[in-house]
Design a protein around this ligand. Structure first.
Ligand SMILES: N[C@@H](CCC(=O)N[C@@H](CS)C(=O)NCC(=O)O)C(=O)O
Length: 264
C-alpha cells in the first residue's frame, strides 16, 4: 500500500480527507467514485494535467512521481489509485467494497492488478486519440518534467509522445491487443457471474467500469463483449458514477468551452 513519506509540509498538515485529482483522469475517477460510494466528505484539490499543473515543485513535493490521484488522510499521503481505493475501503469499511470470503477477495485483487497492468495501454490509446492535443504544450515543458519528476516511465512515454513521430506503431499495437485480451477476459467472466469478485459490487467492478468508460470515450470497438457491456450499463447508473465521473466530465467540458469562447 504506497503510503509515502511526502516532503510536503502542506500535505502532512492536512486534516480529514483530501484528494488531488483531475476531472478527466481515469485514475482520479476511480478514487472519486470510491469516496462517493462510501458517502465520505472530502476536500477537492484540482490539478489540471492539460496545463501541466502536476509539474510544479509544490505538487512534486506531495508526489515525486508527478501523478494524480493523491489521497491525503489526516496527513497520511497515499498514491496509486488501486492502493487509494483499497486504503479507503479498509479505513472506512461501510458499505464494504470487498468480498469477505478469502478466495473471492483474492480474485478482487487479481482484477485490480490487471487494472494496474492495463494503465499504460489505456494511456497509450488515450494519448493517441483524445489527448493528441497535449503533445505541443507538453513538448515545450519536457525539460521541466525531466528536471522535476522522479518517474522514468512517465518521462520515457512523454519523450516518445512529444517526438516528431509520436507514439510508435508497435506501442499502439501492443496496447490494442492487451486491451482486447482484457476485454475478452472480462466478458468471459461476466458471462458466468454478475460481478467480478464475489456476489456484490466490489473495488474490482468499480475500477474496471472506469476503464470501460474511457474505452467508450476513445471509441474502442466493444460491440462483441455483450456480457461486459450489460454489466457496465448497470454500474453507469449508480449515483456515484453519475456524479463523480459523468458530471465531472460535463463540468470540465463546459469550462473548456467557456475558456475557448473567452479567448475568442
Ligand atoms: N498507477 C498510477 C497511475 C497514475 C497516472 O498515470 N495518473 C495520470 C492520470 S490518469 C497522470 O497523473 N498523468 C500525468 C501525465 O500524464 O503527465 C495510478 O493508478 O494511480
Amino acid at each position: 500500500m504506497p503510503i509515502i513519506d511526502s516532503t510536503s509540509a502542506e500535505a502532512r498538515g492536512l486534516k480529514g480527507l483530501h484528494l488531488y485529482h483531475f476531472a478527466m483522469s481515469n485514475c482520479s475517477q476511480k478514487a472519486r467514485f470510491c469516496l462517493e460510494e462510501k458517502g465520505l466528505q472530502w476536500t477537492s484539490h484540482p490539478v489540471d494535467l492539460l496545463n501541466n499543473q502536476h509539474m510544479t515543485p509544490e505538487f512534486v513535493a506531495i508526489n515525486p512521481k508527478g501523478l494524480v490521484p493523491v489521497l491525503v488522510h489526516d496527513g497520511v499521503v497515499v498514491i496509486e489509485s488501486s492502493d487509494i481505493i483499497d486504503y479507503v475501503d479498509q479505513h472506512f469499511p461501510n458499505p464494504p467494497l470487498r468480498p469477505s470470503e478469502p478466495a473471492e477477495r483474492k480474485r478482487m485483487y487479481r482484477w485490480l492488478k490487471l487494472w494496474d497492468e492495463t494503465q499504460i495501454s489505456l494511456k497509450t490509446l488515450s494519448h493517441n486519440t483524445i489527448l493528441r492535443g497535449r503533445a505541443a504544450p507538453m513538448r515545450a515543458d519536457m525539460e521541466r518534467l525531466e528536471k522535476l519528476v522522479k518517474n522514468d516511465e512517465l518521462i520515457e512515454f512523454m519523450r516518445e509522445f512529444t517526438s516528431a513521430d509520436g507514439l510508435s506503431r508497435n506501442r499502439i499495437e501492443r496496447a490494442t491487443s492487451w486491451i482486447e485480451q482484457m476485454l475478452g477476459e472480462l466478458d468471459a467472466h461476466l458471462g458466468q457471474h454478475q460481478w467480478l469478485a464475489g456476489d456484490a459490487f466490489s473495488l474490482a467492478d468499480l475500477a474496471w467500469s472506469i476503464d470501460i468508460h474511457r474505452f467508450e470515450l476513445i471509441k474502442f470497438p466493444m460491440e462483441k463483449y455483450r456480457a461486459m457491456r450489460a454489466w457496465y450499463r448497470g454500474i453507469e447508473q449508480r449515483p456515484g458514477f453519475q456524479r463523480m465521473v459523468l458530471d465531472y466530465e460535463a463540468q470540465f467540458r463546459k469550462s473548456i468551452e467557456a475558456q475557448k469562447s473567452g479567448a475568442a
